[in-house]
Design a protein around this ligand. Sequence first.
Ligand code: 5RP
Length: 294
Amino acid sequence: MADATGNVDAKDYGFDTPQKNSAYELKGAGHYDWGMKDRLSRVFDPKSGKTVMLAFDHGYIMGPTSGLERIDLTIVPLLEHADCLMCTRGILRTVVPPTFNKPISLRCSAGTTILTELNEECIGVEIEDAIRLNATMMAVMVSVGGKYEAVTIKNLCKMIETGNRYGIPTLGVTAVGKELVRDARYLGLASRVCAENGAQVVKTYFCEEGFEKVTAACPVPIVIAGGKKLPELDALKMAYKAIDQGAMGVDMGRNIFQADDPIAMIKAVKSVVHDNAKPDDAFQMYSDLKGRTF
Ligand code: 5RP
């Protein structure tokens, strides 16, 4: 217990130095509360302002897709290289060692699989379990313009509402769907809808034409999904263009874990995202590391 008497006199008040208020630079986040900012700075590296999230939540709609058959064997060795892990609670509890202390973007919406009709989702993980799992961010799919638009936006709003109560950011994930065109007009609208409803981060797709309009009109950080596997150089080019046009990171899955050398690939992607490496240089890095990393 602290003593009430006989303490050294307090004297270092720094009268000449006014206390500074630190600026919080992440896009749109300046007025958030401390816990929300703290969580977001675990996702977005405060030095570069960017993130390389490793997505391996595909099983919740696709089952054991290529590269994710044995997450313990293929993904766990990659975890230390990722800035943030995007996964379901099932995989988190059963396979991801809790000793990594990496920020978790927890998949919280759940619903139909590729066997039926995608995008009919509900809230599959309630806030209590997200907190119990120490989730840093909660991810909810929204199908803007799709058959399940209203219900999925309702899911997003509910998660944002409860996330705000506890200072946990929500990631709005714009849907894929046969009827949804991935052009700047659609992606810009879908991303903006997520942000207007209060999502603190938006995940969407890159498009070749007009992507800078998508990021400019979205008041919160955008991270891009990688989509189907591309040749490694093409995936690095896509990441480069997305960052160059205003994305704050990638939330990439198949283009990392289905690469010939996933560890070399995630390192190359990080050099693009955090260090502005040009795609050719990053590909050279990938080629140099390929087969050497384990
Ligand atoms: C799966 C997802 C994935 O997290 C997202 O698509 C990113 O992975 P990929 O880069 O493989 O597209 O939302 O439902």
